[in-house]
Design a protein around this ligand. Structure first.
Ligand code: ATP
Length: 238
């Protein structure tokens, strides 16, 4: 099967800090891949590099057979890459519906419109006319994912899905995500909550200090292995 996304030997820096080191990853159409790892492991920088929000210092990002490494973010959205950034970044003064419609300018043809988003995220239906600033964290996360869907992406990049959300709200967001995944969406997500990541992903990648240190299906990996990779225990014990 040819990969929808192919990341090849990617390197990314923040000044002198080498945040992503020699990372290679393929994501097939319809696959869900979760990236886990401690704070500062480089997960966000990797996702931003794929979306075009951060310029890599080496390697390539190939999407649907096209080298997009140097392509600006807005053009990648048109190609079908949508990022839900850490912190959601909604327009606080706009309503939920207006936030969803903001993506109108970069919409690709496809099944996602306001009604389809509200169907997958029913918690947003009564909030359509509410300003984003007045929403809870979970409602904002749902709106941010909905906004990304409105571009009709082929690949959805989700950063820190459950960060800062109450467990009951995370449950609601993940229920909606499960519906999305069942419909065949291709998703690369960053998740600090290991159980959630193992529960939803076809494949889990563990990142430590900018590198991939463990890759496998949830069935192949034990929780212990992932925890060791997560905190670099094996390395420090050696
Ligand atoms: P977190 O869960 O905390 O977001 P992460 O795994 O997503 O962690 P990144 O945010 O990609 O990691 O950060 C990787 C490294 O790059 C960290 O050491 C971080 O301090 C550094 N870094 C991230 N963004 C910047 C920036 N804009 N300027 C300088 N250094 C940065």
């Amino acid at each position: 099967m040819t990969a929808l996304l192919s990341v090849e030997k990617l390197e990314a820096r923040h000044g002198l800090l080498h945040a992503v080191r020699d990372v290679s990853l393929e994501v097939a159409e319809g696959e869900t891949v979760a990236i886990v790892g401690a704070n500062g492991a480089g997960k966000t920088t990797l996702l931003r590099s794929i979306a075009g929000a951060h310029r890599p210092s080496g390697g390539r990002v190939v999407f649907a057979g096209e080298d997009v490494t140097r392509m600006p973010a807005h053009r990648r959205v048109k190609r079908g890459i949508a990022l839900v950034p850490e912190g959601r970044r909604l327009f606080p003064e706009l309503t939920v519906e207006e936030n969803l419609r903001v993506a109108a300018g970069v919409r690709r043809p496809g099944r996602w419109d306001v009604d389809a988003v509200l169907e997958v995220f029913p918690l947003l239906e009564p909030l359509r006319e509410k300003r984003a600033a007045s929403l809870s964290g979970g409602e904002q996360q749902a709106t941010a994912i909905g906004r990304a869907l409105m571009s009709n992406p082929r690949l959805l990049l989700l950063d820190e899905v459950s960060l800062g959300l109450a467990p009951v709200v995370v449950d609601a967001v993940y229920r909606s995500l499960a519906t999305l995944l069942e419909s065949g969406a291709t998703v690369l997500l960053v998740e600090q909550d290991l159980s959630r990541a193992l529960g939803v992903a076809d494949r889990v990648v563990c990142m430590l200090e900018g590198r991939f240190v463990l890759v496998g299906t949830p069935a192949e990996l034990t929780r212990e292995q992932v925890m060791e990779a997560y905190f670099g225990l094996r390395r420090s014990a050696a």
